[in-house]
Design a protein around this ligand. Structure first.
Ligand SMILES: C[S@@+](CC[C@H](N)C(=O)[O-])C[C@H]1O[C@@H](n2cnc3c(N)ncnc32)[C@H](O)[C@@H]1O
Length: 360
């Protein structure tokens, strides 16, 4: 087969393209060499159809079939589209996660984990904790007090935290029968605290799920960076899923975070999203990466390309082709590869039909 390797430098964040050119050439060289050496076994060599994403598509369908699903999906949808006090929203970068992103992030963080606390360091109105609660209820049979006692977090704005307490109870109510709202609220109040996470404590043996505030502060850097540094530095975190600007993967100023993640965690999954034709968060022109990192497992880095998807076929985005790379290939950046530009990828990918998924 005639391998046409194109110039990939346009795949990278233009602001940082200078740093990445050398890395990319090297990656292409290795991919091409491996391909030519072992054409026959390529599906085994390149597991870009990551099993977890296939399984997510199934989970997604299961969720939408669950009779209770409309309630928590509606609750999360209402949160992400709710009108908020503009000044507070701006000051604290309050952008809330849409329902499918919340479910995917919860799924990625909790899959394969048993009896762990879920911790959101910046709860907002509770979307990620509701999605995590939904996963625990549907996949692991958590009910009542056990379900509530799994949810932990911080929120700096008092009024926002109050709304979160109500919304979490509302969204998870199908699995809270036998518990009064007051009792549920008493339990959550002890675990979801009002306060500054940067000064707070992380619960022992927890799974972190977070969408930290993105806000550039003059002379200080961006607000999400210290959040991530604190989470990655803690030995109490067994696994984490973070919704972050794409610059976590490529910017020079975040290279210390990448190093920290590679030192402390083994399997790292990166899920990249472009803003065209539609951004991941409606009306937020931000390229986003959902990063999942686990302390256990093989030492590997699995990445997707930048994704394009139409609004109608939104659910398809979750089954993105991925490629597994060794840590050696990720010294300076967490790379982003585009399978269309490497012809042999397209021969092996198994892109799902748009209509085989339910859009929510
Ligand atoms: C981007 S929003 C995400 C909220 C929610 N986790 C979600 O995904 O919908 C970030 C939240 O963090 C809160 N926040 C900002 N700085 C904080 C801090 N230092 N400690 C705790 N919460 C903080 C904001 O008030 C906001 O509600």
């Amino acid at each position: 087969m005639n391998l046409k390797i194109k110039d990939h430098s346009n795949l990278y964040d233009p602001a940082h393209s200078g740093q990445e050119t050398g890395y990319l050439k090297n990656t292409q060289r290795v991919l091409k060499k491996n391909y030519l050496e072992d054409k026959e076994t390529i599906p085994n060599l390149y597991p870009w159809i990551d099993e977890s994403d296939v399984a997510f598509a199934q989970f997604f369908q299961e969720v939408t079939k669950t009779p209770q699903s409309s309630l928590f999906i509606e609750t999360i949808k209402a949160i992400s589209s709710s009108t908020r006090d503009k000044e507070t929203a701006k000051k604290y970068a309050q952008v809330f996660t849409p329902s499918d992103v919340a479910l995917f992030t919860a799924y990625r963080s909790l899959r394969g984990i048993r009896d762990s606390k879920v911790f959101d360091p910046c709860v907002g109105h509770g979307s990620l904790l509701i999605a995590a609660g939904c996963y625990l209820a549907i996949q692991q049979g958590f009910r009542g007090e056990k379900l509530l006692k799994a949810l932990y977090g911080y929120e700096i704005v008092s009024a926002t935290r109050e709304i979160a307490l109500v919304k979490i109870i509302e969204g998870l109510s199908p699995w809270l029968s036998g518990i009064t709202k007051q009792k549920a609220s008493t339990i959550l109040r002890k675990q979801i605290l009002r306060g500054d996470f940067l000064l707070g404590k992380i619960p022992k043996n927890c799974v972190v799920i977070a969408n930290p505030p993105y806000k550039e502060e003059k002379g200080k850097g961006n607000a999400w960076i210290p959040f991530v540094e604190k989470l990655l530095s803690s030995n109490k975190v067994v696994k984490l899923s973070l919704i972050l600007p794409l610059s976590i993967c490529s910017a020079k100023r975040t290279s210390f975070l990448r190093t920290l993640m590679m030192d402390k965690f083994k399997t790292i999954l990166a899920f990249h999203h472009d803003t065209r034709p539609r951004p991941l968060f409606p009306n937020v022109e931000q390229r986003i990466t959902i990063l999942t990192a686990e302390r256990e497992g093989d030492k590997k880095y699995v990445t997707t390309e930048y994704l394009s998807h139409s609004a109608k076929n939104r659910a398809v985005i979750w089954k993105a082709p991925s490629i597994s790379l060794s840590y050696d290939l990720c010294q300076k950046t967490f790379p982003k590869l585009k399978h269309d530009d490497l012809p042999f990828f397209s021969n092996c990918s198994d892109t799902p039909k748009a209509n085989s998924y339910v859009t929510i």
